[in-house]
Design a binder for this molecule. Structure first.
Ligand code: FES
Length: 172
């Protein structure tokens, strides 16, 4: 049985036998190795798709480290998410050039259209908003990345169109 100091919500990966097996395998294979925390969290993110609060507590318990340490790592790196990502991801570059170029206005526009904050996913599971660091297209600031496609010189007025394309199944 689980021995973690939090209530595990229904449908958390820890309550699903197949995913629980994956979690235990990843922890078992990597505990005791140098940098175990980072390796384990990376593999959990890749294989499970996110690292829930309960999973963080479980990893902390298994590695005998305070849960605050695990939580600190998960919240510091934007690669990690605590909820499943949506089918499509819209990332806003917060590098210096894009910041100066007004990416905050793009973020505000997307937030107001979708009703979610960066780091969150729409209720239909379609779109996740994220913040990212410089993607190397500074000359085209402000930049956003829709799934794998980099879009440059984006104006706030273009955001509704970007969202519509994704919702219509034509990301980009
Ligand atoms: S700062 Fe945004 S692409 Fe470099």
């Amino acid at each position: 049985m689980l021995e973690i100091p939090v209530t595990v919500p229904e449908n958390d990966p820890l309550t699903l036998p197949v995913q629980k097996t994956v979690i235990d395998r990843i922890i078992g294979e990597n505990r005791g190795t140098p940098g175990a925390t980072m390796v384990i969290l990376n593999e959990l993110q890749s294989e499970i798709g996110f690292i829930s609060t309960s999973m963080q507590a479980y990893v902390a318990q298994q590695l005998h480290v305070p849960v605050s340490v695990i939580h600190g790592v998960v919240s510091f790196y934007s690669f990690f998410t605590t909820t499943p990502r949506g089918k499509h991801t819209v990332k806003f570059c917060l590098g210096t050039a894009c910041y100066v170029g007004g990416v905050d206005q793009l973020i505000e526009k997307a937030k107001s259209i979708l009703g979610i904050e960066p780091g969150e996913t729409t209720a239909d599971g379609m779109i996740t908003l994220e913040i990212c660091r410089c993607v190397g297209a500074c000359s085209q600031a402000p930049v956003l990345v829709v799934d794998e496609e980099v879009m440059g010189r984006v104006k706030p007025s273009k955001i509704p169109q970007v969202v519509r394309r994704i919702q219509d199944g034509r990301s980009g």
